[in-house]
Structure formats: C-alpha cells, structure tokens
Design a protein around this ligand. Structure first.
Ligand code: G6P
Length: 627
C-alpha cells in the first residue's frame, strides 16, 4: 500500500505530483506529502488526511520546481499524523525520501543512527533511509552510489524515490519487492507505484524489476542493478486509454465500475471463447483460448488456489467450477495463511494466484514460496504457477508461468466489483478448458454453459435497468439503525453471500457476516431478531429449496428477509421474502455472476445514502503491498 510518485522535467513538478497522487490515492489516503528541490533547498509540504488537505496547503504557495517526489500513505509504522507523513528528510533537510513498503530491520538501524546522535522526527520505518543515505553521501562519489550503499543496509520489501538538494538534477529510485514503474515523456521522466499515475502524460512505460535502481535526469534514464552495474532495458508503449480512469459522470467510481460489468464480460467472452467451436462438430480443440500449455495441464490431479479478500471469494466460485465441471480436486487458501502453513506437497498440482492488482504481497509471497519449496523435487512435483489477474504488467505476472488476464480495465473504487466478475469469468474459461481436455463433461454440456455465458452481459444490463431504483429505495431502510446484516447462500452461491457481506462491511461500515445457509442453525441463528436483516441468495437449482427452508427459519425469528432470486421464481419466493432483488432466469452454474450484482448495488446505495466515502473507505487500500 502507499503510493509514490516522482517527476523530473520541464513542467512544474508539484502539479504533476498532486495529479499523480490523486490517481494513487486508492493505495492509501491517511496523509500525503510532496518534496521538491528549489534554489538548492528541499521544499517539503505534508498534510494529514485526504489529499485535498495537501492540495489546499500547496495552493497557498507558488512552486515552480521541475523535480520532486510525492507520497500518499496507508499507515503501518506510526499513526496517521503529519509528522509521520512522507517525504522524510535527513538531519540537515537537504535530502528527501518517499517509500512504499516496510523496512523490516528499521529498529536496529534506528538505534544505530540514534547512537550517532541523529534525532528522529517520526515513528516511521522510512525515516532511517534519508539518514543512512546522508551518511554514505559524505564518502561517495555520487548520490547514486550513496543510495546503493544505503540499500545494502535495508531489509524488507520497498520501493523508494529520493531527491537531494545538492544534486538538484537527478531523481533516484529503487525497487525491491514493491511495485515501481518508470514513465518516459518528451524531456520529462516519471516514476510511480502504478501506471495510472503517469497515464495522462505518457504511455511509454518500463517496469523496474526487483534489485534495480534508476537515475532519472532531464536528459534520460539510466538503470543499474543493486551492485552498481549498468543494465540495458527497453520501455514499452501501452494501449491504455486514460479516459478509463475518469468517473464519466457517475457519482462514484464504484457505481461506474458496477455499470461497466456488461462490457467487461463481453470483452472476456470476445477474448477467450473460441467462436469457431461448435459442440455438435466434435472439435478436437478447446472451446476457450486461454493459452494453457500442456506442461501446466497434462496429468493434472490437484489445483490449489491462493488469494486474499474479494479475490478469495472468486477463488471459492472457481473451486466449485473446477471440481464440478472439470472434476479436479481443488483447495482454496488465504495466501496470508498458506505462506506460513503450506499444505503437504501433492504431485501434478497447478497453483493459481488470484489477484486483481497483481501486487498483493501475501499472494505473491505464497506463490514464490510454493515455487521455492518444490524447486529441487522431481518434475511431477515442480511448481506450475498460473495467475488470474487484471494487471498483465504486474509483479504476479512476472513470477507465474502463465496468466489469465481478466481484461476488466483499471478499477479505482477500493471495493472490487467488475474485477470480481471478471475473475469469476476467468474461472469459467479455465474450468471449461480443463473439462474439455479431461473429458469430464460432454461437449453438448460445454456448449450449453458457453451459451449461458454469452447471455450474461445482457442479463446484467437487465438487472441494472430494472433493479437500480428499487434497490436505492430499499437501501434507505438500512441507513439509520441497522448495525448487523447476515448473508446466506449455498453451493456455488455461498461465495456470493460472502462477497455481499464483505462489500457491505467495506463501504457502509455495517457489520455483516455470511454463512452457508445450512450452518445458520449451528450458532448464527442466535443473533437473529427484527433488527438483523437476512439476505438469502436463493437461485433456482440444486439447493434452492434448502435455501428457502433456511430462510424460513430466519423469518420465524422475526428477521427481515431479503431474497436474491430469479424473476420467474418471484411469485413463489414472495411468500418467503419481505423484499426481493430479482435477476433473469439463469443456469445455477452461471448464477453467481448475476446474483452478485444486486448485492453490489445494495451495499453501494446504503453507503452512498449514508454519505460515506464509497470509493475510499476508511482504513482500507486497494493494493495491499505489505504483509
Ligand atoms: C484489498 C482490497 C480488496 C481486495 C484485496 C485483494 O484488501 O481492499 O478489495 O479484494 O485487497 O486484492 P487483490 O489485488 O490481490 O485482488
């Protein structure tokens, strides 16, 4: 988490830094700051709270400096106070550093620096960096050399950017296990935690790799490894459209992203479904083009999926599909748990990391540890790594053998919506591909599922068209006194209950829990009374009657019952539910991509009516790049 940005060129740096930080604010937003070099001095301005506080402060001064660094913070070490905000400076305030990551040995370094008489101004881990660089500068021939020496003392995962008043024409950046990209403009160069920050200025990008340092000057960029050897790298040009990152008339990014879902699913279908595949022609090639090579799929006996947050919910839908459609035993683990309690090694295993950002530290570390622990074993035990990610250029893409690019476009709202649906689409494609290869279901069933998938975009449009007003109206009932919600679902829709509860918690701050409907009577039912609404995901199919019975049990305890069900079922379901969120008729196997939509809308409207910061909920960050 935390976002860093840097600029050197011909324009006023502050404007570019602030605009960049605005686009990185999803990474953390409890304080922010910028440092520029002016008349051989560092000018550092910081503010607690959201970025507009910093912007207001900066408006009071005129700053024409053409070099600077900026930071938006998600507090790890030290409270979100101005003195802990980045940039952090050395003792004589001539050198400034911003960091995304954690310096794990900072306490040891800090006491060493304190014993040398250095006084600290913050409680952060980052502040050790400017002091160490400053000490090395005294005996180095260049700022670059001093930074190299300082980095050798740092342990942890970090991306840093440095400006120095005594070297006013260079910006030094370094990356070790935290994202950092460089942007190449005309006579101007950028660095940032994410390409979104530089997209308005350039689409020529280079991903710095772990163990690399770059020196940016007005004349160009030089890249070195940590040992100081010069490296040749070539930037690439992205075809991303900056308009994707605008709100386009929607009140919040989250709402815009909910409405983008039909288009996202269309893109996924166009990208991955093979249009020439027809079940009745008995084709000998896969119905989907996800590019899995035989070394990943041959003899596959087991799949393990690792993910966090919403991606973990998509993984649970994936497990259902991979087991029921492809017939492959599949486990799903939180990446943060798996990395410290890995499962026994099973041969012929495919390991899948699911992460929209491709930068979640726990997911990356879990996949890396999986690769490492299998490295010396015989071939059938070797790690086969697949990523399901929305960022083809991300860190996870670098460490995996293959990726399924979920093609959802940049998602800015911290609460994931369109990327969740796109991840689930990725699992449909994967499970169909494996089912075809392993012949676990007939071609005609594969054809039926694909036909069902093709209807999803228009079916989501129907939900958005017919339910929006009703859901907004309904949301008013839960904005004043409701403190708890329960979500229930079964089978392939249990993960949707989990996702509905998570969305509500994240953005409305209402406590919500989700259970497999059959588990209610083993404890959670004790929570129910007329103040605790219950949302039941009751999609027609194998467990519909069971969910309805479980919902009835909740109703008998006076809970207000909200049902997510299909329009055709509505008359029957009306006897059970007090309120109904209806979706079009759909095969149970495909239903999660529809049933999740009303739940996204319900949590959105509850939070929006409460006047909360929907896109940047408190304490959260979209990209969690620390453990
Ligand atoms: C954070 C975000 C969640 C997200 C999770 C995993 O907690 O707030 O919305 O689901 O990280 O992120 P990833 O990028 O790995 O999918």
């Amino acid at each position: 988490m935390c976002g860093i940005v840097g600029y050197i060129g011909t324009q006023a740096a502050t404007d570019i830094l602030i605009a960049g930080l605005e686009r990185l604010e999803y990474r953390g937003y409890d304080s922010a700051g910028v440092a520029t070099v002016e008349a051989d001095k560092i000018n550092c301005v910081k503010a607690k709270g959201k970025l507009f506080n910093l912007r207001e402060k900066l408006e009071q001064t005129e700053n024409k400096s053409q070099i600077g660094i900026g930071h938006t913070r998600w507090a790890t070490h030290g409270k979100p106070e101005e003195h802990n905000a980045h940039p952090h400076l050395n003792a004589d305030m001539s050198l400034a550093v911003v960091q995304n990551g954690i310096i794990e040995n900072y306490l040891e370094l800090k006491s060493e620096l304190i014993s040398k008489g250095i006084e600290f101004r913050s409680e952060t881990d980052t502040e050790v960096i400017p002091h160490i660089i400053s000490i090395f500068l005294a005996n180095s021939s260049s700022l670059l050399e001093a930074v190299q020496k300082a980095i050798a003392r740092l342990e942890g995962a970090f991306a840093i950017a440095i400006v120095d008043a005594n070297n006013p024409f260079e910006l030094i950046v370094a990356r070790q296990q935290a994202p950092l990209i460089l942007g190449f403009g005309q006579g101007e160069f950028f660095c940032a935690s994410d390409i979104t920050a530089v997209l308005p200025y350039t689409r020529t990008i280079l991903n710095l790799e772990n163990g690399e340092i770059a020196r940016l000057t007005p004349l160009g960029v030089e890249i070195y490894n940590f040992a100081g050897e010069r490296i040749s790298r070539f930037p690439r040009t992205l075809d991303w459209n900056p308009v994707q990152t605008e709100k386009q008339g929607f009140r919040h990014y989250m709402l815009k992203e909910i409405y983008e879902q039909p288009a996202v699913v269309r893109t996924c279908l166009d990208t991955y479904i093979n249009p020439n595949w027809h079940a009745d022609e008995n084709p000998d090639y896969s119905p989907v083009n996800i590019g899995l090579t035989p070394n990943l799929t041959d003899d596959l006996k087991h799949i393990q999926i690792l993910a966090c947050g919403t991606s973990w919910h998509a993984a649970l839908v994936g497990k259902y599909l991979l087991e029921q459609v492809s017939g492959i035993p599949t486990t799903v683990d939180y990446a943060s748990e798996f990395r410290y309690s890995p499962k026994p090694i099973i041969p012929n295993t495919l390991t899948i990391g699911v992460t929209q950002s491709g930068e979640t530290a726990d997911t990356i570390a879990a996949l890396e540890s999986e690769r490492a622990r299998r490295a010396d074993l015989e071939p059938k035990f070797q790690a086969k790594l697949l990523a399901v990610t929305n960022r083809a250029e991300s860190s996870i893409a670098q460490i995996c053998d293959r990726i399924i690019d979920t093609q959802a476009g940049i998602e800015i709202g911290v609460a994931a919506t369109k990327t969740f649906v796109a991840q689930v689409m990725g699992f449909y494609f994967l499970s169909l591909d494996l089912a075809f290869r392993q012949k676990t279901i007939s071609n005609s069933r594969i054809g039926e599922i694909i036909e069902g998938l093709r209807h999803i975009p228009s079916q989501i449009e129907t939900i958005l068209d017919t339910q929006a007003e009703y859901i907004e109206e309904l949301a008013h009932d839960f904005t004043a006194e409701t403190e708890d919600f329960i979500f229930i679902g079964r089978g392939i829709n249990f993960p949707i209950a989990l996702e509905g509860a998570l969305k509500l918690k994240e953005i409305s701050y209402i406590h919500a829990e989700a259970y497999p409907a059959g588990e209610m009577k083993h404890g959670p039912i004790a929570l129910l009374d007329n103040k605790v609404p219950v949302v039941a995901v009751a999609m027609p199919g194998s467990v519909y009657d069971k969910v309805i019975s479980n919902a009835q049990e909740a109703k008998a305890r006076d809970a207000r019952l909200i049902g997510v069900t299909t329009a055709m079922n509505a008359t029957e379901a009306a006897h059970t539910f007090d309120d109904m969120l209806t979706v079009p008729e759909v095969d149970e196997l495909i239903s999660p991509v529809l049933s999740v939509i009303p739940l996204q809308m319900l949590s959105y409207h509850i939070a929006a009516i409460k006047g909360l910061d929907v896109d940047q909920p408190r304490n959260l960050a979209k990209s969690v790049t620390v453990e």
